[in-house]
Design a protein around this ligand. Structure first.
Ligand code: AMP
Ligand code: ZN
Length: 462
């Protein structure tokens, strides 16, 4: 047990607060997990890695048997039905296969398994029980096989997202439906056609809405109220706002979770990485080119609430740093009591991993200068972040698995090289060219005769 004081930024209050668990013998955290219909992209890995670090920190602070970390698996969703039909496989086959890939991917990124990974389809009874309570309390109504949450029945709806009412109405109006009494009312239960997955319920055969799934799973595994609820910033509205509405109105508490934490987006050239924008790289593709710990370090160099630009340069830099650090860290079998106070203080300051990594760099320099304990501390602090999980031989023996070329990476390297040339940084421009040559890629530069602008094309030469 450590005595460092943990402070966390709470989206609910928009302030950094001292973290005070409801029961320090059982600290409880829920994080919204993946919808398992397709490969997760590296943006989806951000919350997984961030909350893995928080889980490790909580275990360090409160004792590893005193923390319950729940991350759900959404295995009922219309995207799943559509994809299974497209591929001509059953829903169960699709969700099993996708979940197995996700589990492998996040382990390769160095994440510990959560204590519980509940599946939505195994919590239908709890969802029905919450919906029945909401109807009994006047917070929900059944209409044409649907059950809707009545937003006007909750006087302080909207406390988390603090969106102006007209914006919320405009957002909810996208989903116009004759069975809705209020514009902002949202679906708790909807009818299923015979071809769709469905469960018997007091309102006929149907399936749950997305938000009710998390209210049911967090209730079952963590109770009516708990300590921390996390996810990406895009989940604040409507998903988390609606989870809060359901759980608070069903159980009659002022809060669902005390602290709400949200990570910023992982971006590509200033835009959110997402499937719909088509600018995504799956975790699997990234892991073919880089060790999981390289991606993890690249992710943790930025504070979790800031956006991250996912660049080749940052991955290369992380690889170089880890190669150096491993030489020292792998010599020590570390224990948590070797953590430096500065490192713990950085993590306890709203999970400031950027500052914690700056401290690792300092420890690395000190270890090279022969400062006692620096090497052991580097090992201990790095392991707390989920790094140095391999031995040196395994680390050094790793080779990229991808025989194919990572085109997105090639484009980025070419862009970096053109930028280096524009800045007359010939050494950097040559270095990048050599790196591409080592990957089997030949560059061709051409000057546009009209504008004088340099363009670069590439081809694979093996
Ligand atoms: P989804 O499968 O879209 O529900 O996303 C799963 C988790 O990944 C959620 O917590 C999202 O907020 C998060 N997420 C999705 N895209 C990004 C991104 N580009 N950067 C960071 N987090 C993301
Ligand atoms: Zn959720």
């Amino acid at each position: 047990m450590s005595t460092a004081r943990l402070r966390l930024y709470n989206t609910l209050t928009r302030t950094k607060e001292d973290f005070v668990p409801i029961d320090p013998d059982r600290v409880r955290m829920y994080v919204c997990g993946p919808t398992v219909y397709d490969f997760a992209h590296i943006g989806n890995a951000r919350p997984v890695i961030i909350f893995d670090v928080l889980n490790r920190l909580l275990r360090h602070l409160y004792g590893k048997d005193h923390v319950t970390y729940v991350r759900n698996i959404t295995d009922v969703d219309d995207k799943i039905n559509t994809r299974a039909a497209e591929r001509g496989i059953t829903i169960r086959q699709l969700t099993e296969e996708t979940n197995a890939i996700f589990q492998e991917d996040v382990r390769a990124l160095g994440c510990l398994d959560p204590d519980v990974q509940p599946r939505a389809t195994e919590h239908i009874a709890e969802m029905i029980a919450i919906i029945e309570r909401l109807i009994a309390g006047g917070h929900a109504y059944a209409s044409a096989g649907h059950v809707l949450f009545s937003v006007p029945s909750m006087s302080d709806y909207g406390r988390l997202s603090r969106r102006p009412l007209d914006e919320m109405i405009a957002g909810a109006r996208v989903d116009v439906a004759p069975y809705k009494q209020g514009d902002m009312d949202f679906v708790l239960w909807k009818p299923s056609k015979d071809s769709e997955p469905g469960w018997e319920s007091p309102w006929g055969r149907g399936r749950p809405g997305w938000h009710i799934e998390c209210s049911a799973m967090s209730w079952k595994h963590l109770g009516e109220t708990f300590d921390i609820h996390g996810g990406g910033i895009d989940l604040v509205f409507p998903h988390h706002e609606n989870e809060i509405a359901q759980s608070r109105c069903a159980f009659g508490h002022d809060v669902m979770a005390n602290v709400w934490m949200h990570n910023g987006f992982l971006q590509v050239e200033g835009e959110k990485m997402s499937k719909s924008l088509g600018n995504f790289r799956t975790i699997r593709e990234v892991l073919a080119d880089w060790q999981g710990e390289v991606a993890r370090l690249a992710m943790l160099k930025t504070h979790y609430r800031q956006p991250i630009d996912w660049t080749a340069a940052s991955l290369r830099e992380s690889k170089r740093e880890l190669d150096r650090w491993y030489l020292i860290a792998s010599q020590y079998a570390s224990t948590e009591d070797m953590l430096s106070p500065e490192f713990e203080a950085a993590l306890c300051d709203d999970l400031n991993t950027a500052e914690a990594i700056t401290h690792l760099r300092r420890l690395y320099s000190e270890a090279n200068e022969g400062v006692a304990y620096a090497g052991a501390r580097l090992a201990a602090c790095g392991r707390m972040l989920g790094l140095f999980q391999q031995d040196l031989a395994a680390w050094n023996g790793w080779r990229p698995a991808s025989a194919g070329i990572d085109e997105l990476m090639v484009h980025r390297l070419i862009k970096d090289r053109l930028a280096a040339r524009a800045a007359k940084n010939w050494a950097e421009s040559d270095r990048i060219r050599d790196e591409l040559v080592a990957m089997g890629i030949q560059l061709k530069d051409a000057k546009d005769p009209a504008t004088g602008e340099l363009t670069t094309t590439w081809e694979v030469k093996r």
